[in-house]
Unconditional design. Structure first.
Length: 312
């Protein structure tokens, strides 16, 4: 068998070995087809991500990514590497879960990513209940939009994610966490005030206050408007439900929010609510993970508390 030239062997031996961080970053870059997007999601500079992948290509002696004008895509070798990386990461998660069975089961850390609807309406009480049962467990909660949450679960950045049912999530194991109902809020004295119900087509006739782009609620409203051939006119977009309510109070437009972000504030805010008379106004929030059996025991306990198995 012919041996590799000495200079090639020494060059390879001087490069860093493949580590878990590089594996996860490569998978994230391929999933998002973009180095900048993967760097933002993983909180690592884009230049550092690019350097790790370049080092990996040098180490393996093959090109792993095609650098395109608007992103990247894996080469045939990159596809093979990605398949093995996913297998390795899955095995490590399973190992972590099995080892956790030998601990006392009430210590550790759970990474939870959730959308604004869940954080605002339900999670404060639910997490208080969980931490009362498991006081030595740390819960790292991050609020994000539903699409980013699904990607974070796939990338292994989140153990558990809570997101809208309208967000595509192939390959994830999910259960129904909660259901919420959407309502229209209007400034006091608005001509929609006092109505027993209003259709989205009528709501679309007014200036809108909306959430940031990337919000599953925002996407759902925009899509429904397109189906009705009536584009929504947004005067302002903000980051939070509280911001939406304040802008509506100021008379900048009308908005659609979950009931849990409306009803507790009706007595103190300068706005009124009107039921949204649409079949899709009641929606499910899903809780998901990559694989239940691979979760650490404390993460499984939290998932079971938030969404018992029978609500799958």
């Amino acid at each position: 068998m012919t041996s590799a030239p000495k200079d090639q062997v020494s060059a390879r031996s001087s490069l860093p070995a493949i580590d878990l961080v590089t594996m996860k970053l490569f998978a994230s870059v391929v999933d998002h087809a973009n180095i900048a997007a993967a760097s933002r999601l993983n909180n690592i500079a884009a230049s550092a991500v690019s350097k790790r992948i370049s080092d990996l290509e040098a180490l393996l002696g093959v090109k792993l990514l095609y650098r395109l004008k608007d992103g990247v895509e894996p080469t045939p070798a990159g596809i093979v590497l990605l398949r093995h990386i996913r297998r390795v990461l899955a095995q490590l998660e399973e190992l972590d879960a099995e080892i956790s069975e030998y601990s006392d089961g009430d210590k550790g850390q759970v990474r939870v990513w959730a959308n604004t609807s869940a954080v605002t309406q339900f999670l404060p009480e639910d997490l208080t209940h969980y931490l009362g049962l498991y006081p030595d467990v740390g819960v790292l909660l991050k609020e994000e939009t539903s699409g980013i949450i699904v990607n974070a679960i796939r990338d292994g950045l989140a153990d558990i994610g809570i997101f809208s049912e309208h967000t595509s999530h192939p390959g994830l194991e999910t259960r129904v966490y909660r259901r919420d109902t959407l309502m229209v809020i209007v400034p006091r004295g608005h001509e929609l005030e006092g109505k027993s119900g209003v259709r989205m087509l009528e709501v679309a006739q007014y200036q809108q206050v909306g959430l940031q782009d990337g919000s599953s609620l925002q996407a759902k409203l925009t899509n429904e408007a397109v189906l009705n051939e009536k584009a929504l006119r947004f005067r302002v977009k903000v980051m939070s439900f509280d911001g939406v309510r304040r802008m509506v109070e100021a008379g900048l437009g009308v908005a659609v929010l979950p009931a849990g972000a409306v009803l507790p504030y009706l007595g103190t805010g300068m706005f009124s609510s009107v039921p949204l008379d649409e079949q899709w106004a009641t929606r499910a929030l899903l809780i998901g993970c990559r694989e239940y059996k691979s979760l650490p025991i404390v993460a499984r306990a939290l998932l079971d508390l938030l969404a018992p198995a029978q609500s799958k």
